[in-house]
Unconditional design. Structure first.
Length: 250
């Protein structure tokens, strides 16, 4: 049962929410300042797949067409990096806010779920950075010739790379979503097995929609791990799903 002695009036809840939100904003601000000093190196890491994809002798330099564009690119890099850097503080504040309202059995699996969720998200980002983006960039760079030279803007490159990494990070959360739905009694392992054919179709549609690039290679590289994650979700729901997920599947 939730702790009765920790029950608070609405205004106290709002005050606590305000306090924890301020702590999160402060953590993001500190992370932003720290990341700004390394924003050039961080952006260099984001550019590495593009540099490696360029043919020998071909320039991989980016351009900016507005006086403030490069500055705001570094600001965006710092903000995104600062948010990731402050993620432990944000998650801890979120946990401290919701934990008093959870039952004991819910608290037991919430921390492992949060850990697995972070692990899946980071795994998706790493897969996108080391596998998908290099392949996609090599595919795009192959169209350059003596008549066609790529001249990417810094803003466009940052937006493309961020969208790609974010899509893969979110898509790798599929097993975690399946686990939560099974605990709510919405999903069961048998249901996932019966709907596998439809799931395959939906996965390829989702890959086509979520992938920021229109090439088939990137879409396949997103669909393949999603298919593997779907099968992993079947086993996770089978072994760790809630009891209601089994009884409500008929």
């Amino acid at each position: 049962m939730p702790d009765d002695e920790n029950k608070m009036p609405l205004f106290q809840h709002l005050e606590e929410f305000r306090t924890r939100l301020l702590i999160c904003c402060l953590a993001v601000g500190v992370g932003f300042v720290i990341s700004y000093f390394f924003s050039g190196r961080i952006f260099g890491l984001l550019m590495k797949p593009w540099i490696d994809a360029m043919p020998p002798g071909q320039s991989a330099k980016l351009i900016y067409t507005a006086p403030h564009e490069a500055f705001f690119v570094y600001m965006k890099v710092s903000l995104i990096s600062g948010t990731f850097l402050s993620a432990p503080v944000i998650l801890w504040q979120l946990w401290r806010f919701v934990a008093p309202g959870l039952y004991e059995n819910e608290k037991k699996y919430m921390l492992p779920v949060i850990f697995c969720s972070c692990l899946c998200f980071i795994s998706g980002i790493l897969f996108g950075y080391f596998v998908v983006i290099p392949v996609a960039f090599k595919f795009f760079a192959s169209f350059s010739s003596e008549y066609i030279t790529p001249m990417l803007r810094t803003t466009e490159y940052l937006t493309f790379a961020n969208k790609m990494l974010l899509c893969f990070g979110i898509s790798f959360e599929l097993p975690v979503f399946a686990f939560f739905l099974s605990k709510l009694g919405v999903l069961s392992a048998d249901f996932l097995k019966r709907k596998r054919k439809w799931a395959i179709v939906l996965i390829f549609i989702a890959a086509a929609v979520l992938t920021p690039s229109p090439d088939v290679v990137s879409q396949l590289l997103m669909a393949m791990p999603l298919l593997v994650l779907y099968e992993a979700s079947v086993w996770i729901v089978h072994f760790f799903g809630g009891p209601r997920a089994v009884t409500n599947e008929e």
